[in-house]
Write a protein that binds this ligand. Structure first.
Ligand SMILES: NC(=O)c1ccc[n+]([C@@H]2O[C@H](COP(=O)([O-])OP(=O)(O)OC[C@H]3O[C@@H](n4cnc5c(N)ncnc54)[C@H](O)[C@@H]3O)[C@@H](O)[C@H]2O)c1
Length: 268
């Protein structure tokens, strides 16, 4: 079950911000545990190296490279390097992303542009350079990472209009790409992630809100999820693993929501 032996996975954003497990790091390690050779990219090489160290210590195969996923030249170089090292790409995980607060009036134009680049263009560029490799192979699975913030908005909650726009845009991107490549043996799906307790959340919230307010917000986030707590990076990694695996061979152009019931209880 969920065996990835002989598969090569390119995980974008394979490190994590701060200590602990982010979605990209947990995904890279889980795919390696299932037998995949992992090629990890990250803008922070040290973070990606940490992931590589964990995988290699467990006996897996992993190569990493510093790569800014908003740069087409960087992404092309990383994709070529992955193919040169491992010979193919069976799985692409587009995990790079993150939110900045702000509404349409108070948000600076540069933040809007950055957010769309960070959350949407990174996925576009990952697909742009990997899909030709998969097409040549006649097979492949792409998993993109979105957020419930793209689809559900709490009255009085934090507004992050560019993040919401980009993450909901990923649904259209994923479905459209999936149908464009459905006859070529390539599947493309989306994981819609709820409020997860990953290092990025605390690092970012701490910076934006300060320790006390950040701790209060984390507590409120746990309480707001019907299942009783936020999820963690492994919950996301397990969903990615399933969608990337051959067990999901009939699943394409769709999404899997991993949110402990959040969106059902709080319809947008
Ligand atoms: N953490 C959550 O609660 C949550 C909720 C919903 C969605 N998500 C989504 O999950 C994904 C991962 O989030 P996370 O919190 O687990 O972060 P993470 O810990 O997986 O960290 C992301 C990694 O991406 C790297 N990165 C940032 N910009 C990059 C770039 N331009 N090119 C290459 N690498 C880059 C960072 O250095 C970091 O190592 C994001 O797309 C995020 O929007 C997270």
């Amino acid at each position: 079950m969920l065996d990835l032996k002989n598969k090569v996975a390119l995980v974008c954003g394979a490190g994590t911000v701060g200590a602990g497990w982010g979605n990209g790091k947990a995904t890279a390690v889980l795919l390696a545990r299932q037998g995949a050779k992992v090629y990890g990219t990250d803008i922070n090489l040290a973070a990606a190296e940490e992931t590589r160290g964990i995988i290699e210590k467990e006996g897996g195969a992993c190569e990493v490279r510093r790569c800014d996923m908003t740069s087409s030249a960087d992404v092309k170089t990383a994709v070529d390097a992955c193919v040169a090292r491992f010979g193919r790409i069976d799985i692409l995980v587009n995990n790079v992303g993150g939110s900045a607060p702000g509404g349409p009036v108070d948000m600076a134009e540069e933040i809007w542009d950055d957010q769309l680049d960070h959350n949407l263009k990174t996925v576009f560029l990952g697909c742009k350079h990997v899909l030709p490799v998969m097409e040549k192979q006649g097979s492949g699975a792409v998993v993109n990472i979105a957020s419930v913030a793209g689809f559900s908005h709490q009255v009085g909650g934090r507004v992050h209009v560019a993040y919401s726009t980009a993450k909901s845009g990923l649904l259209g991107f994923t479905r459209s790409t999936a149908i464009a490549y459905v006859k070529k043996g390539i599947r493309c799906n989306l994981v819609i992630v709820g409020t997860m307790h990953t290092p990025l959340v605390e690092a970012r919230l701490m910076k934006q809100l300060g320790a006390k307010e950040a701790a209060d917000l984390v507590a409120r986030r746990h309480a707001a999820v019907p299942i009783g707590r936020m999820g963690d990076a492994w919950d996301v990694a397990n969903a990615v693993l399933f969608l990337a695996s051959d067990e999901a061979r009939y699943i394409t152009a769709t999404h899997l929501t991993v949110d402990g019931g959040l969106t059902a209880a709080r319809p947008g």
